[in-house]
Design a protein around this ligand. Structure first.
Ligand SMILES: [Zn+2]
Length: 371
């Protein structure tokens, strides 16, 4: 995530902290100063907030390690003032796996709460759980309370929060994935509006959470729709077949003309029909800005994106391109370059497909109601 700083690498996963966290800490210090609290009280107060975020990190590791169990890697975990985000490389396709990955986070907080109960109960002779919120003063008691709140709050069906994912997983066992996602996203957006209204009156943090949930729900619904459009379609259906290549010994200056003459932004670099790498417009512009007009294309071409086969599936290719941050990939068949595929033309292809689908469903409705 932009504007984040690496805190640590735990179990092979990088943990980042977002810069806005500094605002939270500054805000807390400000409150302590305004209230004229002693240094000890201030340090305990800030230590308490850090302890909460420690629990949030463990919660995220609950998701990440369960996902790893199903072969899904986690890119990173980022701490924001409103909570943590574990960026999984993908969501499990199997609803049962998604259910377990979603539940694993809150389950960690259940375990923490249970562990905290031991010293809290031994120390104060509390007789039931309902007494816990009233205790207030003790550090561990409050941390126990926060973990219970984390469990309850995260399990609210506000997709894409954990409870929303649980809801989607349950719905997906009864209907198709896209419809389940849309239903969960609608519930999530209604919840987000509720959070927003409550936030206006009670807690400004809820406003941020509302925004996060609202936008997240929308993005996830679009993503699911996209995946369903791309599923089972080979790359050759959507690839660009009319494209230009540049020879490996072309100077950058000479590519400029190619760029200006057509729509194409990225060019495969070839040597006698054999693909070597991709020259992107942004790399070209950057090199020209450094005055490297005379250098050869091979010196700035990208080789890390690899190639896709015409028969590969569009859905997997799209994921690969996103993960590798490659906006253009060469398409080959039997090692011969047959086309290129770009994120832009996948987007175009999806637009057309969704228009066709809409047209079909409209026809369907017309047929039912035609007198
Ligand atoms: Zn979670």
């Amino acid at each position: 995530m932009n504007g984040s700083f690496k805190l640590a690498r735990i179990a092979g996963i990088d943990v980042f902290i977002h810069w806005t966290f500094a605002i939270l800490i500054a805000w807390l210090i400000g409150i302590h100063v305004l209230q004229g609290n002693s240094l000890v009280v201030a340090i305990t107060g800030i230590g308490f907030v850090l302890a909460i975020f420690g629990c949030v990190v463990l919660h995220e590791f609950g998701h990440a390690l369960t996902a790893r169990h199903y072969g899904i890697r986690t890119r990173d975990i980022t701490l924001l003032p409103i909570g943590g985000v574990a960026r999984l490389e993908r969501m499990p396709e199997d609803p049962k796996q998604e259910l377990l990955v979603a539940l694993a986070g809150p389950a960690v907080n259940v375990v923490i709460a249970a562990l905290l109960m031991i010293p809290v109960y031994l120390g104060s002779g509390v007789s039931s759980l309902s007494d816990v919120p009233r205790l207030g003063s003790g550090f561990l008691e409050k941390l126990l309370y926060v973990n219970i709140v984390l469990v309850v709050f995260n399990l609210l069906p506000a997709f894409p929060m954990d409870g929303g994912r649980v809801l989607r997983a349950l719905l997906a066992q009864r209907m198709d994935y896209v419809r389940a996602t849309q239903a969960a996203a609608s519930v999530g957006q209604i919840m987000a509006i509720g959070f927003g209204i409550l936030g206006l009156f009670f807690n400004p943090f809820l406003l941020f959470i509302a925004l996060f949930v609202y936008i997240g729900a929308q993005q996830e619904a679009q993503m699911a729709q996209m995946r369903s459009l791309l599923a089972g379609v080979p790359v050759r259906e959507a690839m660009v077949t009319q494209f230009r290549t540049v020879a490996y010994d072309t100077r950058l200056e000479d590519v400029v003309q190619e760029l200006l003459e057509g729509q194409q932004q990225d060019f495969p670099v070839v040597n006698q029909g054999k693909f070597l790498g991709i020259l992107t417009r942004s790399d070209l512009v950057a090199a020209l800005a450094e005055g490297r007009q005379d250098t050869l294309v091979t010196s700035i071409m990208r080789e890390g994106c690899g190639t896709v086969d015409e028969r590969d599936m569009l859905q997997d290719t799209f994921l690969r391109m996103q993960q590798a941050e490659c906006s253009t990939m060469p398409v080959v068949r039997d090692e011969r370059l047959t086309g290129i595929i770009t994120l832009e033309n996948i987007g175009e292809w999806m637009m057309i497909q969704s228009a066709i689908r809409k047209g079909k469903s409209r026809q369907h409705v017309d047929n039912i109601y035609r007198p």
